[in-house]
Design a protein around this ligand. Structure first.
Ligand code: AMP
Ligand code: MG
Length: 268
């Protein structure tokens, strides 16, 4: 299911051809969509418990989006109810001086998942070919090499046992207008608004180009990108939950063998 949102390796992506308001088979039926998501969340909870208990696989989820694209909301809704012991979120902000003194993957590699863990990247190493490219924070000669470096890095993680899923939350500029305005209008949301967001919004076409390059050049069999229609939050949550559940089910996990001789033990 939802294979159609997966970017094939080397597929040329024009984001104008991808509908951010798509609701697939659930068009006009938000209620059914939300119910389906609820069921998927229950399955996800059980699968995460199993992943943690088995302690074998590592799972990395990368979330990227324009400002207000829904990264925080996705984390809140999709992982609602999972055991916080086995799930971590790593958020990537503007690099600190120490981080800048190292190569751009240094801060990333050290927070990748260990065995039995799910780690969600809220932004990621892709910022190093997105914001960095759009603002010329390093010369083109430097950022243009990074697509191949990122592919090699992710290949290495995958070969060492990490399952990688990458989600680009696709909204359009009108949707962003509404969401940013809501951050200004609702006092409880003011903290999410930075004046700098306006300057980034003005660079919308440059960012879309940078995203198209990312999606076209770094979707691989071992670390695929999915372009998630994200104007409608409930559909976004549904699609991501479904992809996660199917991926975890594909790992064929099992609870560890119990110790021998447990039968008949009674605790007094
Ligand atoms: P937020 O996600 O709203 O907390 O914002 C985090 C900010 O950090 C965004 O404006 C990102 O573009 C910025 N950021 C993240 N990674 C990098 C990076 N490698 N270089 C420069 N800016 C970055
Ligand atoms: Mg922000």
């Amino acid at each position: 299911m939802y294979e159609r949102y997966r970017v094939k390796p080397e597929q040329e992506i024009d984001l104008n051809e991808w509908d951010p308001a798509d609701a697939g088979a659930f068009e006009g039926d938000k209620k059914a969509g939300k119910e389906a998501t609820k069921k998927l969340n229950k399955r996800l909870e059980a699968l995460q418990e199993l992943l943690y208990a088995e302690g074998k696989h590592k799972v990395l989820i990368v979330l990227q989006a324009m400002d207000s694209g829904g990264k925080d909301g996705t984390i809140r809704h999709v992982f609602d109810g999972v055991n916080p012991q086995g799930v971590k979120v790593a958020s990537f902000k503007r690099p600190t001086p120490e981080e800048l003194a190292h190569d751009y993957l240094w801060r990333v590699h050290k927070v990748t998942p260990g065995s039995g863990e799910i780690v969600i990247f809220n932004r990621s190493h892709y910022e190093d070919v997105l914001v960095v490219r759009v603002h010329n924070l390093v010369p083109e000669k430097v950022w243009s090499r990074r697509y191949e470096q990122i592919n090699a890095f992710e290949k290495q993680l995958a070969e060492e046992g990490t399952t990688i899923l990458k989600f680009y939350l696709h909204i359009d500029k009108d949707e962003q207008k509404e969401r940013l305005q809501a951050r200004l209008d609702e006092p409880d949301k003011n903290w999410k608004f930075a004046k700098g967001d306006l300057a980034e919004r003005a660079l919308w076409p440059e960012y879309q180009n940078a995203y198209e390059a990312v999606l076209s050049r770094t979707s691989t069999d071992h670390a695929p990108w999915y372009i998630i229609p994200a104007n409608r939050k409930w559909y976004r949550n549904l699609v991501i939950s479904q992809i996660l559940v199917e991926t975890l089910e594909g790992l064929k996990m099992e609870y560890p063998q119990a110790e021998e001789g447990l039968e008949g033990i009674v605790i007094d």
